[in-house]
Design a protein around this ligand. Structure first.
Ligand code: ADP
Length: 261
């Protein structure tokens, strides 16, 4: 296989790269499960680049519908013309389509991808009354945040059954330190301290935070420090403030971080 020079940095945490290469070769739909900011999107970008395939990413939200993915008629002057949506483009051209946060999308999105996730590998475009076969290289990848706390949407078991699944989590301290320092170009010492703060807060389960400190936030804090913002302030705004709006919790977390940075 041709391996393009990869400029998208991704630090492997386990055997996810091997899994992806096999899944892509066999064109198996792949679900990436894991919390926000744990590297899922970066991983897909890196792998698409590595295997030299085009990638289309759709960030799903509550309003994302099958029409958004498949396509729609638009009026142009006196004409009505059909515009392919990202799913149709990927299916026709053999790209990877990455549906980020698939559980957020409207239920008709799941219906639309149904026949693409089994042996049929076809897409039905109801507005055109057409069924198209996926190009050989088309692959569907989706992400999902299992969010054990309330507020996250579930993915139906019947949908999950259609994907092989890879779990993502925040990496071990040594690997996360490497990610933070590479991404921000900060010193090893700062990266280590930030990762220690991240892990400390992740273990404070009694705070009942809806989401915890992601690798992304640690990278942001490191970038701000690297850019000259005082360390404590950087940690307050990149790590503490995004986590909660509860004044007492904010203060407690700031005090904790001040001792660690
Ligand atoms: P997700 O898609 O899981 O929400 P992202 O892929 O957007 O998360 O990751 C957020 C940021 O965290 C990335 O932009 C990158 O800076 C960093 N990151 C997290 N994990 C890794 C990793 N394994 N290798 C390189 N960067 C990573």
């Amino acid at each position: 296989m041709e391996v393009a020079e990869n400029t998208i940095f991704y630090k492997a945490i386990g055997s996810e790269m091997d899994v992806f290469i096999h899944a892509n070769k066999l064109k198996l739909p792949l679900l990436l499960k894991g919390p926000t900011g744990s590297g899922k999107s970066r991983f897909v970008e890196h792998m698409a680049h590595r295997i030299n395939t085009n990638l289309i990413t759709v960030s799903c939200h509550e309003e994302t519908s099958a029409t958004d993915l498949i396509g729609r008629f638009i009026i142009k002057g006196a004409e009505t013309i059909w515009i392919d949506g990202p799913l149709t483009i990927a299916v026709k051209n053999g790209y990877i389509l990455y549906l980020d946060e698939i559980a957020e999308a409207r239920p008709d999105v799941i219906v639309a991808i149904h026949a693409l996730t089994d042996h049929r590998r076809e897409l039905f475009i109801d507005k055109l009354g057409e069924t198209i076969k996926a190009a050989p290289n088309f692959q569907l990848v989706a992400s999902f945040n299992p969010g054990y706390q309330k507020g996250f949407k579930e993915l139906k078991p019947s949908t999950r059954q259609r994907f092989i699944a890879l779990s993502f989590d925040y990496p071990a301290a040594k690997i996360e330190t490497e990610i933070v320092s590479t991404e921000s170009e900060c010193s090893q010492e700062i990266a280590q301290k930030l990762v220690a703060i991240g892990n400390k807060i992740r273990n404070l389960t009694e705070l009942g935070l809806a989401e915890t400190v992601s690798t992304r936030l640690l990278v942001d804090a490191a970038k701000l420090i690297q850019d000259g913002l005082p360390k404590r302030l950087a940690v307050h705004i990149a790590v503490v403030e995004p986590l909660t709006d509860e004044p007492d919790t904010i203060q407690a977390l700031k005090d904790l971080c001040d001792l660690m940075i």
